[in-house]
Ligand binder design. Structure first.
Ligand code: ADP
Ligand code: MG
Length: 712
């Protein structure tokens, strides 16, 4: 085969079928494709998940009870039987010259076929003692074969696909032998300051390291490459947008902002001031703003957003605010109408030469006639601020001169949707865009998920907030205290939320269970209180009426589904009860909790029910331990991995095989810095000047990102 010869780029490798390697027959091909390996690139990036370092290998004889250990041993004796409960039990004796280790597998009958007498295996697990003997239960098993060498790579194996670590090792060895060298796409100016080893060395050492240190260096280089490709795509997108687009220069004196500030009953926090300074500077510039506003629940993002919108209006344009739910859109509408009451704009059509600033709502609740009026006003330019849900993106919505768009998103709006909104600007001009995240995400994740945006963080809460006490109420005794608290708080004139269990994804089922819970509580634990009900299946007008009633204090308790999750703002509410809390994610729990603690009174959040599994326990304990959204976001990332955070938006994250947003924080920052350096130095000639890197980005990064690569 023509694998040998010239140095290979990653696209070259991707073009070579694994079937062309010696020793890879039909059966192997099928097995390999079962783990996603079809070409040489897939194979050489099928990285070891760990290494067996023989220089400090443990012998069975010296293992102590309770420790986690990895041992290399030979299978001696295999017995299969059934336990009294009818579970399959495979018991295997392993021997390593020092002693025997008994290994038990429950419900894994196939182990008796996998572990034949005489097979070399590596097992990894916790050492227990049973009837005076060392043993492990359901350990991780790797078939490494009788490989020699000091450090043995252990590959992820798939029992389903029928692939063992030792087979993968053999194929990878063959591939590395046939490829005489790998092209390094990184210029030395980047490699040196970041202390990165060469690509060729890295790819060889990661599979067959000469020392554990070498494996580590190799990993750093290859992980950097993954992050760099993603960052290059993001930075290219950012720069392309800036270059190709024409912004609106909102270069205004800032009278509206000043007026808003003066009429607030409190002063802006330092963080809010700083954010507004950054935003108005962006808006005054020639490039369209493309900024992410991060801030914890209750940090006051809405005011900052409003500041951006009125800056656009002062310059004679319009603003739009898009919210993730109807309830929230309606609340924003009410708050903004309130805050902007009394603002006026110059107008030729009136005697006074002025007209009131006009705020409109577009949601399902709005009837057809009103909808038409709003549409007309938007097209004419007599409606200045539009608040709404996705409906805002509708084709029928046309603006006279949209100058600023704020998207209050909850990972719900994609790149494409943002692009659609942007296209609603006047003529060829592109409105400024501010994206707000409802929940904080870790810095490294923000750099990766929102890497094409500039970022502002509100790292401060308004003063005078009383901290929220969070209690995970484990068991009925504590639960009784919870309802007691709800009653005593309402007796004191304050209010409570009760969030119903997440029984099902279906809104219908969800609504039914909320109704049932409402009835149960109203007749039981909360009898005598004014208990309202809110769920997604209610008519929009009814929802709004209930919310309004609660806001005005006409209800003591609101039993609700998660429709109240985002942004609902009733400062008099001091108790949040979340039923079956173990079924919610960290971010969602934090959001829900953020509905209380908004006023001056002490607040409580009660998490009811048991957690499912260790991870669930850690989630609820994290909530009990911290009210800092950024800290919780880190825990969340650690527990769930990056897939869930990235998956929503960044398909290119498939390329992250080695790099981890939680373990490689510094590397993420370096890759981003390097990407800026490379993209900016080459300007629009990136593809010509760094063809190999461009080829890799194009091959491995998401299509949405890729389209910007070749845009000049
Ligand atoms: P979030 O960042 O969660 O969207 P909001 O914008 O809803 O937060 O603000 C939460 C509450 O804090 C609102 O009631 C708002 O009026 C109030 N608030 C905002 N900024 C300040 C401030 N600087 N001082 C006091 N209260 C503020
Ligand atoms: Mg908000």
């Amino acid at each position: 085969m023509k694998v040998a010869g010239s140095a290979k780029t990653l696209p070259d490798l991707a073009a070579i079928d694994v079937g062309r390697l010696a020793g890879v027959g039909d059966k192997a091909l099928e097995a390999l494709s079962g783990v996603g390996v079809t070409n040489l690139l897939d194979l050489v990036t099928y990285y070891p998940r760990r290494y067996l370092d023989r220089t400090n290998q443990r012998s069975i004889g010296e293992l102590a009870e309770g420790e986690e250990a990895m041992v290399l041993a030979v299978v001696r004796n295999v017995k299969t039987r059934r336990t009294r409960q009818g579970r399959a039990l495979v018991e295997v004796d392993l021997f390593d010259d020092s002693s025997y280790l008994r290994v038990s597998f429950f419900n894994q009958a196939w182990r008796s076929r996998q572990l034949q007498e005489g097979t070399q295996v590596v097992v990894f697990g916790k050492v227990e003692r049973y009837q005076g003997r060392r043993q492990m239960t359901n350990p991780v098993v790797d078939l490494v074969g009788d490989r020699t060498g000091r450090i043995i790579p252990v590959y992820p194996q798939s029992d389903k696909a029928g692939i063992s670590s030792s087979q993968v090792a053999t194929w990878v060895e063959e591939a590395l032998r046939r490829v005489t060298s790998f092209v390094d796409p990184l210029p030395v100016e980047i490699r040196e300051p970041y202390d990165l080893v060469g690509r060729d060395w890295a790819l060889r050492q990661i599979h067959a390291p000469s020392s554990m240190g070498a494996a580590q260096k190799a990993r750093v280089r290859l992980a950097f490459d993954e992050l760099l490709r993603l960052q290059v795509a993001l930075v290219l997108r950012k720069r392309a947008l800036e270059r190709s687009s024409q912004g609106i220069r909102h270069d205004v004196p800032g009278r509206f902002l000043e007026r808003l500030r003066r009429q607030l009953p409190f002063s802006l926090t330092r963080a809010q001031q700083a954010a507004l300074t950054e935003i108005t500077a962006d808006m005054a510039g020639v490039y369209p703003m493309h900024r992410l506003l991060q801030g914890d629940v209750g940090s006051g993002k809405t005011l900052v957003a409003l500041g951006a919108i009125i800056t656009a209006i002062e310059g004679g344009h319009q603003g739009a605010l898009m919210a993730p739910t109807e309830v929230l859109a309606e609340q924003h509408y009410a708050a903004i109408s309130d805050l902007l009451a009394g603002f006026t704009l110059p107008s030729d059509g009136t005697l006074t030469g002025e007209r009131p600033l006009s705020v409109a709502l577009l949601s399902n609740r709005v009837g057809a006639a009103q909808r038409r009026r709003v549409a007309h006003g938007l097209a004419e330019g007599t409606v200045d601020v539009l608040v709404g849900t996705h409906a805002l993106l509708g084709e029928a919505v046309e603006f006279h001169s949209l100058g600023c768009v704020v998207i209050d998103e909850q990972h719900r709006f994609g790149v494409e949707q943002r692009a659609a909104l942007r296209s609603k600007g006047p003529g060829a001009a592109i409105p400024d865009v501010l994206v707000m995240t409802a929940t904080p995400i870790p810095r490294t994740a923000a750099m990766t998920v929102y890497g094409d945006l500039d970022t502002t963080v509100l790292d401060e809460l308004p003063p005078g907030r009383t901290p929220i006490t969070t209690i995970w109420a484990r068991g009925p005794l504590v639960e009784a205290e919870v309802w007691e608290r709800v009653r005593s708080e309402s007796a004191a004139g304050r209010q409570a939320y009760v969030v119903c269990p997440l029984v099902d994804d279906s809104e219908k089922v969800q609504a039914r269970s909320a109704s049932a819970e409402h009835e149960r509580l109203a007749d039981g634990e909360l009898a005598g209180l004014r208990v309202g009900l809110l769920h997604g299946q209610m008519a929009a007008a009814d929802k709004e009426a209930v919310m309004e009633d609660f806001r005005r204090g006409g209800l003591d308790v609101l039993v609700s589904t998660t429709v109240i999750e985002v942004g609902v703002d009733v400062p008099n509410a001091t108790v949040m009860v979340i039923e079956d809390a173990g079924r919610f994610g960290i971010a969602q729990l934090h959001q829900l909790r953020g509905r209380v603690g908004r006023g001056a009174s002490e607040s409580w959040c009660y998490l009811l029910g048991s957690a499912s599994g260790v991870e669930g326990e850690r989630r609820l304990e994290a909530l009990e331990a911290s009210t800092d959204g950024f800290e919780l976001a880190e825990v969340d990332l650690e527990l769930r991995g990056e897939g869930t955070i990235l998956g929503a938006r960044q398909k290119g994250s498939n390329d992250l095989k080695l790099a981890s947003l939680r373990r490689d924080k510094q590397l993420v920052g370096k890759a981003r810095e390097a990407a800026f350096a490379l993209v900016d130095a080459s300007g629009s000639r990136f593809v010509e000047e760094l063809p190999e890197l461009a080829g890799e980005v194009s091959l491995l990064v998401d299509e949405v990102d890729r389209q910007f690569l070749f845009k000049s």
